[in-house]
Design a protein around this ligand. Structure first.
Ligand code: NDP
Length: 252
């Protein structure tokens, strides 16, 4: 996969960071975005450098669509300055937030915030970046196991991920004429900072998930980063328009 470039949103921590590092391992450079954690993002850039690849970190709030045109210009400039290219190859729409609250208590503001980052942002960021994605490129959208199975407290969050799965199919259909493959990856519960780090830090939650998972443990960021890097590798060019769950086999 030498000379390929990925743009990974939310690449400063968690699953996005792991994806950037696994891609670097396979010879892929990255433009990664962060929201607030500039230092973490720079550390990821340095780690990519240690693996002999190049990376650039850009600030982006995926909930603010009005900034996307400017962001696309920044990406264009970075591509020119760092790689002397005018396109990149892989878009990984990874940045996202959670909300764990009973359906009856979710406010309209909470709902809008969630939709803006997890769905509207993915929709319009992909639209804004489309001219910069190389023909024959790939898009991976992060979904969630919760879009297949239902656990109380996740109605709004899971619905945003269900929307991502539907959008994925439509993008695959409409971008096929440019040979762009689009798939969604649906992780099970993974030990990251996500949702306040509850899966990692709350032993009861961790034990429950492990007990419901065929492979008998909770997921780790590496489980997803490695899988996304595989999905983006040359051998997987015929998987398209699919929702692929990576959960160790939860609630089978
Ligand atoms: P983390 O909370 O560990 O990391 C979130 C990342 O997204 C960070 O890089 C953060 O940037 C960035 N981010 C947060 N808010 C915004 C925003 N408004 N605009 C731009 N970037 C933002 O999450 P995970 O790595 O665990 O999750 C990544 C994706 O995977 C999400 O879409 C999530 O829904 C999905 N997922 C996660 C699961 C899990 O159990 N962890 C399970 C299923 C799906 P910064 O560091 O600057 O704050």
């Amino acid at each position: 996969m030498d000379n390929k470039i990925a743009l990974v949103t939310g690449g400063s921590r968690g699953l996005g960071k792991s994806t950037v590092l696994h891609l670097a391992q396979k010879g892929v450079d990255s433009i990664l975005t962060f929201h607030s954690k500039a230092d973490e993002a720079q550390q990821v850039v340095a780690e990519v450098g240690h693996k002999g690849r190049k990376a650039v970190a850009l600030q982006l709030d995926t909930g603010e669509t009005r900034n996307f045109a400017d962001f696309a210009e920044q990406v264009k400039t970075a591509l020119q300055d760092k790689w002397q290219r005018d396109s990149f190859d892989f878009l990984v729409n990874n940045a996202g937030i959670g909300l764990n609250s009973p359906f009856s208590e979710i406010s309209e503001d909470q709902f809008d915030h969630l939709i803006n980052i997890n769905f509207k942002g993915v929709f319009f960021l992909t639209q804004a970046l489309l001219p910069l994605i190389a023909d024959g490129g790939r898009i991976v959208n992060l979904s969630s196991g919760l879009a297949r199975f239902s656990l109380p407290g996740h109605s709004a969050y899971a619905a945003t991920k269900g929307a991502i799965d539907v959008l994925t199919r439509y993008l695959a259909k409409e971008l096929g004429d440019r040979r762009i493959c689009v798939n969604s990856v649906a992780p099970g519960a993974i030990e990251t900072d996500f949702g306040g780090g509850v899966v990692r830090d709350n032993q009861e939650v961790n034990d429950f998930i492990a007990s419901q998972t065929a492979l008998g443990r909770v997921g780790l960021p590496e489980d997803i980063g490695a899988m996304i890097a595989l999905l983006l590798s040359e051998g997987n060019r015929w998987i398209n328009g699919q929702r692929i769950e990576a959960s160790g086999g939860i609630f089978l």
